[in-house]
Design a binder for this molecule. Structure first.
Ligand code: TYD
Length: 205
């Protein structure tokens, strides 16, 4: 099973992916956790280019293609082989991030972003995707706590950008059956239980 996590920066998804990994390990399932952008030697190099604050001149088209290129490598080098070996693959972000951030956030034509994603992921569509929903006001508070100087290039984007990314995720929840909205303002354990129950439902099908 291929499971992906989505949400705004600081929504808490990185905590949830770790707990979910432990859940599968405790069940003695084979599980692998990956992060996007990154996860392979080539993809990590692309990640560094993407997040480097010095690359402020990067065009939005180049940004989209770099994220997608990193993903194309990850899918072929890791995700598809692991799924073929019966692993549960959990990814901290995947192609929906490009639809939300580069499409809705940066304003690139959504149909074009989706077409590029189809090419990049080569049919490796997640079985289920969790959108950890934390409203933008709460995200803002967490960002301030984190400190401006620790933010990467994408995180330094303007508020309006993040509001559009958020709208994009809500749209994906409406239009894609596989994308489940989880209330990210609840406790860590409550969120985890919600996630488990959705996965168990899917496993029974
Ligand atoms: P990262 O530090 O991994 O963010 P987080 O841990 O909060 O998920 O950096 C990834 C950043 O890149 C994050 O701001 C989201 C953004 N991003 C995109 O804009 N498009 C994408 O396709 C992906 C995968 C990430």
């Amino acid at each position: 099973m291929f499971i992906t996590f989505e949400g705004l920066d600081f929504c808490g998804k990185s905590t949830q992916v770790e707990i979910l990994k432990k859940y599968f390990e405790d069940r003695n399932d084979k599980v692998e956790l990956i992060r996007e952008p990154g996860g392979t030697k080539i993809s990590e190099k692309i990640r560094n280019i993407l997040l480097d604050k010095k690359n402020s001149e990067m065009s939005i088209e180049s940004e989209l293609l770099l994220f997608s290129s990193s993903r194309a490598q990850l899918v072929r080098e890791k995700i598809i082989p692991l799924l073929e070996q019966g692993y549960y693959v959990i990814s901290d972000r995947f192609h929906d991030s490009s639809i939300a951030y580069q499409g809705f956030g940066r304003g690139i034509d959504i149909a074009a972003v989706k077409a590029i994603q189809n090419f990049a992921i080569d049919g490796a569509v997640p079985n289920i995707t969790f959108f950890i929903d934390v409203p933008f006001d709460e995200i803002q508070k967490r960002r301030v706590k984190h400190g401006e100087k620790n933010l990467d290039r994408i995180e330094l984007s303007k508020n309006e950008f993040y509001q559009n990314v958020y709208k994009g995720y809500l749209e994906l929840c409406k239009t894609e059956e596989r994308v489940k909205r989880i209330d990210g303002t609840k406790s860590i354990d409550h969120i985890h239980q919600q996630i488990i129950s959705e996965i168990n439902l899917l496993e029974k099908q």
